[in-house]
Design a protein around this ligand. Sequence first.
Ligand SMILES: [Zn+2]
Length: 85
Amino acid sequence: MPVGDLLLTSHRKGRVEMREDPLVLRGTAVQALPRRNRTWGEGRSCEKEGCATRLSMYNREKFCWAHAPVKYYSPRGRRNHPEAA
Ligand SMILES: [Zn+2]
């Protein structure tokens, strides 16, 4: 009974399977790799004097939402507001 042959065969199979797994995992990982969140420093606070509001490290603005420079207030999708004139 050629036991050595059987062992060799099963050993080879095992190697092949082990070889394929990392490849599949690697391909999946690259595709599913999430974008790194850009952060702007932790523990920053609003630059407005006297404002101690902490800014999220994902917020790249220098001011908190209350002191952020507001450009225009535009009602969503509505122009020609009757009372605006
Ligand atoms: Zn502020």
